[in-house]
Design a protein. Structure first.
Length: 53
């Protein structure tokens, strides 16, 4: 597990953005890519992480 602050730091995104994404709000593809890579996942894993794909 990773805190929102850690994920924000690894992605270069704000904690507010991470919070919005966790709540299911719309986010850009670049934001999704940054989150996936920070979590050590491949871009092909996006369907298991983001359900709006």
């Amino acid at each position: 597990m990773m805190s929102k602050a850690e994920l924000a730091r690894k992605t270069g995104l704000s904690v507010q953005t991470i919070d919005r994404v966790e709540k299911g709000h719309f986010c850009r593809l670049d934001t999704k890519r940054k989150i996936l890579l920070a979590l050590g996942l491949d871009l092909d894993d996006r369907e298991g992480v983001f359900f709006d794909v």
